[in-house]
Design a protein around this ligand. Structure first.
Ligand code: NAD
Length: 484
């Protein structure tokens, strides 16, 4: 299979926070890889802008180090890297002062597509937007890219939206949720809306339940103070898990276009019901073999913040009435794994004897590791004798179906940054979507705070608290194994 790389148009991309962790680990390596693939035209230029006092040569060294460190060695070719560095420029800037803004204004080419990546804390978004406007740097084709966390609750998200709206229209604002840039997530839409096979069955009549798991093996070490003000609900459910839920639950949009897709996602978020007290489990990891407990990592011995959460969520509409969505996410768990499982109902009547091994179909969509999908179906076990049934996966691992080249898919950041340059907002969150997600989240958080609930402890390296297993067992269901 030969992949087609269509170059984007010439652009100026400014990375505010260009020396920071996100820029070095994700944004710059992603840009290098797009350059290496021939997607960035000769006059595509990248300007780092950050507080550190250095010149362009010094910044190129930072960029080269980041590429060497975070791009797989096979793709880190000295010649390509040297050509990539020719695109790189740097301006030392103070987001809250006057330093550097004149320099930046001089370097911009106003007729080209412009992207301003706000890879800084949200407290600086307003200052950056204001100064881009004041120094007439942002031209009519300017777009801004903002990262999570987009607010801490509905009030702060609204305030951020209002701040950005002072100087930019909604069609210029790209709110990143990198989960939406993952190949499998987009494939989910292709599978749902590009086939006749699934969509007729995609409803409460045929689907028993949906599970969404995002498990991490790491703890919050190093980010403890930040995380302790956030927790799994705000840090993961409000954005990543919610977006995945939307893609599973939404109605078919009339077109694969930004507002058509986002309108449908918004309807799902607005249909989410408040979560009952017994449909939510919050946990904190304990100390493990050589690893600290959550409270030690967070440096807060009385912390009530959850490092794990499991919820049973109901989408109140005709399609999903009676089909729950179980969500769980946590840190310091047994495996690093993200997947969505769509569990179909048992056939209404079995013609086979009870112990023949028949089981319900399951569609598993794996985001990591091994991006791909598999569908388990029941077939006859080969061989003579009676009718014995066995469940086998119809495996749609991309590598096997499409050839090795297909596994070499761009990272989410590569795709999303190119979408910004192309001006395609389909995989970015709209302001009203983010606000609706916070409105639901706030209500869930306020309810557990009002009940005065504390998270329950769970063992490091486990599947989370026992209570999360019971949440499913009570409904005669169970989580899929956490495997890598
Ligand atoms: P960081 O602290 O490593 O880097 C911050 C950058 O901002 C530096 O380049 C610094 O020079 C610049 N900066 C800070 N104050 C400035 C000022 N007054 N004027 C000009 N530049 C200034 O932060 P980070 O980890 O790269 O995170 C950046 C943003 O991305 C944050 O909002 C963070 O929440 C978000 N984010 C980060 C990650 C990640 O993996 N690091 C993941 C998701 C979201």
């Amino acid at each position: 299979m030969v992949s087609r790389v269509i170059p984007v148009e010439p652009f100026d991309l400014v990375i505010f926070g260009g020396t920071g962790d996100l820029a070095r680990r994700k944004i710059l390596p992603a840009l290098y890889l797009r350059h290496r693939d021939g997607q960035i035209p000769d006059d595509g230029r990248i300007i780092g802008a950050a507080r550190s006092e250095m010149d362009a040569a010094g910044y190129r060294e930072t960029v080269a180090e980041a590429v060497r460190q975070f791009v797989v060695p096979a793709k880190c070719e000295p010649e390509q890297l040297a050509r990539f560095l020719e695109r790189i420029d740097y301006v030392a800037i103070d987001a809250t002062g006057t330093r550097g803004w004149g320099d930046l204004a001089e370097r911009m080419r106003p007729d080209l597509a412009q992207a301003f990546y706000f890879s800084v804390g949200p407290a600086l978004f307003g200052d950056l937007a204001e100064r881009l406007h004041q120094h007439k740097i942002a031209g009519p084709r300017a777009r801004i890219v903002v990262e999570k966390p987009f607010g801490h609750d509905l009030a702060s998200a609204r305030a951020l939206n209002a701040t950005l709206a002072c100087h930019f229209d909604e069609h210029q604002i790209y709110r990143i949720d990198h989960y939406l840039g993952k190949e499998t997530v987009q494939n989910l839409m292709a599978v749902r809306f590009g086939n006749m096979l699934f969509e007729p069955l995609w409803k409460n009549q045929y689907i028993d339940h949906v599970q969404i798991t995002v498990a991490e093996t790491v703890g919050v070490e190093g980010r403890g103070a930040y995380y302790d003000r956030s927790g799994a609900m705000r840090d993961m459910v409000q954005n990543h898990l919610m977006q995945l839920l939307c893609l599973i639950a939404m109605e078919p949009p009339s077109k694969f276009e930004p507002d058509a897709v986002r309108d449908e996602k918004l309807k799902v978020i607005r249909a989410l019901q408040p979560v009952e007290a017994d449909e939510i489990v919050r946990g904190q990891y304990q100390a493990g073999d050589g690893t600290a407990s959550y409270r030690d990592d967070a440096e807060n011995p009385d912390s009530r913040t959850e490092s794990f959460i499991a919820l049973k969520v109901h989408v109140a509409n005709w399609r999903w009435n009676g089909t729950p969505f179980y969500l769980r996410t946590g840190k310091r768990m047994r495996a690093r794994m993200s997947e969505i499982v769509v569990r179909f109902k048992e056939p209404p009547h079995s013609i086979f004897e009870e112990d023949t091994g028949q089981s319900a179909n399951e569609l598993a969509i794996r985001l990591q590791p091994n991006e791909g999908m598999d569908l388990t179906v029941t077939i006859k076990e080969p061989g003579p004798g009676g009718m014995r049934l066995v469940n086998v996966p119809l495996d749609m691992t991309f590598a096997e179906a499409l050839g090795e080249e297909a596994t070499d898919v761009p990272d989410a950041y590569e795709r999303l940054i190119m979408d910004v340059i192309r001006g395609n907002q389909t995989l970015f969150m709209r302001g009203d979507e983010v606000e609706a997600a916070w409105a639901w989240t706030d209500q869930v958080v306020a309810a557990w705070e009002a009940r005065g609930e504390k998270p329950v402890p769970y063992e490091a390296g486990s599947t989370g608290p026992e209570e999360a297993l019971i949440l499913m067992h009570r409904d005669a269901r169970r989580w899929r194994e956490l495997n890598t």
